[in-house]
Design a protein around this ligand. Structure first.
Ligand code: AMP
Ligand code: ZN
Length: 466
């Protein structure tokens, strides 16, 4: 079977074939770096990470671009409130974003272009649209895209746009604002922008949000690329506007497959800053959950199903991971040095088929996890009755390791200590409380051998990778 993905453009499952041979080029609308991202945002980045990893698992070469929106109404408002230059303000949140990605085991994309580093490309694109008659300048110096000139406007979101007034102008570029009309490509400076402005053929100003993504995706991936992704809220108007700008400028198809994830919801409502019903990743880590447990929750509901976030779900993720860890521990105890795929028992081979069939079916994670946990059940039973040889155990571990290149949940993220390490830290604390310095030192050395340095601080011991 081959990979099928649900394309929002056709509203159907389609077989996946990249535009160019074996090379997949994909684009993600990234974070607006005015604050810490919330776990709803990470749901979107997590499904994109699963797709990226699975494509590589299937043997594709992947070039993935995720932009950083570091200029828009929200970033400008926030940096002015803090009295900091825009770049300085956003750099704090860019750094935090990458730390969060690492805590969640989300693989790095190949490129993270920041909007403010690509203003010339945006200006060039707007000029092209103006030359071709798709854009016009208003009296205040802003430039607008005329949706009435693009007959395919609305093809992605399948909205009935007959009621739209093509002449109406909306300068807002935020979510949840009615943008159902001509939209701004370039916004003339006004006093609310402080000193955030760039020179352009239309005077000082700044780009609109939509043009940022068109310019940066085409700069790194070419005029036509394979996959464009985001949360469902990105579909309209943002992605619709990206398509309009890009296809009118180039005359070519912009992206072949459009993938959108459903929202992470809390009490039936989308998690969002504006509803103030959000948790940042840090909020949840501070409650004692690990990045790996949060990853498990974010990944384990199919991306097109709403994910209802609760702490009970996190607790059951902890229990599932403990079961998996115990299985792996047992296998490691048994495993020989080397084995070949022929050493896999029949039940593990069956699981292998189920794993691939699941993910091939539009990333059906439930199918993939069923394969993992069926294998845990069958494997535990076989180990209980001493039916698993050392070579079989090694072959199963190798299989799990290869699955984990797609799932990223079997091993803790690089900076996160596993249960055994944490237990050793606790034992060392106990030894120190008992003034058993010899035992405390021995545990410190043992932790060092596992690759961890313990630092004793007034708030207790802190671990870091050596
Ligand atoms: P933003 O930083 O608001 O531009 O959002 C970044 C990404 O997170 C976009 O792909 C959004 O669609 C996505 N997103 C925002 N809120 C949620 C949510 N509650 N659930 C899933 N994805 C979301
Ligand atoms: Zn975008």
């Amino acid at each position: 079977m081959s990979l099928k993905l649900y394309n929002t453009m056709s509203r159907s499952l389609e077989e996946f074939h990249p535009v160019a041979n074996n090379h997949v080029r994909m684009y993600t609308c990234g974070p607006t770096v005015y604050d810490h991202a919330h776990i709803g945002n990470f749901r979107a980045y997590m499904f994109e990470d699963l797709l990226r990893r699975y494509l590589k698992y299937c043997g594709y070469e992947v070039t993935h671009v995720m932009n950083l929106t570091d200029v828009d109404d929200k970033t400008i408002r926030a940096c002015i409130a803090e009295d900091l230059p825009l770049k300085e303000y956003t750099s704090t949140y860019i750094k935090a974003f990458f730390e969060d990605l690492d805590r969640l085991g989300i693989e790095r994309a190949e490129h993270y272009p920041a909007a403010t580093d690509h203003i010339p490309e945006m200006i060039e694109l707007i000029e092209k649209l103006q030359e071709k008659g798709f854009a016009y300048q208003s009296e205040d110096g802003s430039v607008y895209f005329s949706i009435g000139k693009f007959k395919d406007y609305g093809k992605l979101s399948h909205l009935d746009l007959s009621g739209m007034q093509s002449g109406a102008r909306v300068a807002q570029d935020e979510y949840e604002k009615d943008n159902a009309a001509d939209f701004a490509l370039w916004k003339a400076w006004d006093e609310k922008d402080g000193d955030v402005a760039w020179d352009s053929p239309w005077g000082r100003g700044r780009p609109g949000w939509h043009i940022e993504c068109s310019a940066m995706s085409m700069r790194y991936l070419g005029e036509t690329f394979d996959i464009h992704m985001g949360g469902v809220d990105n579909m309209f108007p943002h992605h619709e506007d990206e398509i309009a700008q890009s296809e009118c400028a180039t005359g070519k198809m912009f992206a072949k497959y459009w993938l959108h994830c459903a929202h992470l919801i809390v009490d039936g409502k989308k998690m969002s800053k504006s509803l103030n019903n959000f948790y940042t990743l840090r909020d949840i880590l501070d409650k004692g959950y690990s990045g790996r447990e949060i990853r498990f929750v974010l990944i384990s509901t199919h991306y097109r199903q709403p994910l209802n976030f609760t702490f009970e779900v996190l607790d059951s993720a902890r229990a599932s991971l403990a079961r998996l860890d115990e299985f792996i521990r047992r296998l490691k105890e048994l495993a020989s040095e080397n084995a070949t795929p022929e050493d896999l028992p029949a039940w593990a081979r069956k699981a292998e088929d189920g794993f691939k069939a699941g993910l091939d079916n539009d990333l059906n994670i439930s199918g993939a996890f069923a394969a993992v946990f069926d294998m845990v059940t069958a494997g535990n039973r076989a180990m209980d009755s001493a039916e698993v040889t050392g070579d079989s155990a090694r072959a199963i571990l190798t299989l799990l390791h290869s699955w984990d290149s797609a799932l990223g949940i079997l091993e803790p993220p690089p900076d996160e200590a596993d249960e055994e390490t944490l237990r050793m830290v606790e034992m060392r604390q106990q030894a120190r409380r008992n003034k058993d310095w010899g035992e405390a030192d021995r545990l410190r050395d043992e932790l060092a051998a596992r690759g961890w340095v313990v630092k004793d601080t007034p708030e207790g011991p802190k671990l870091r990778r050596s």
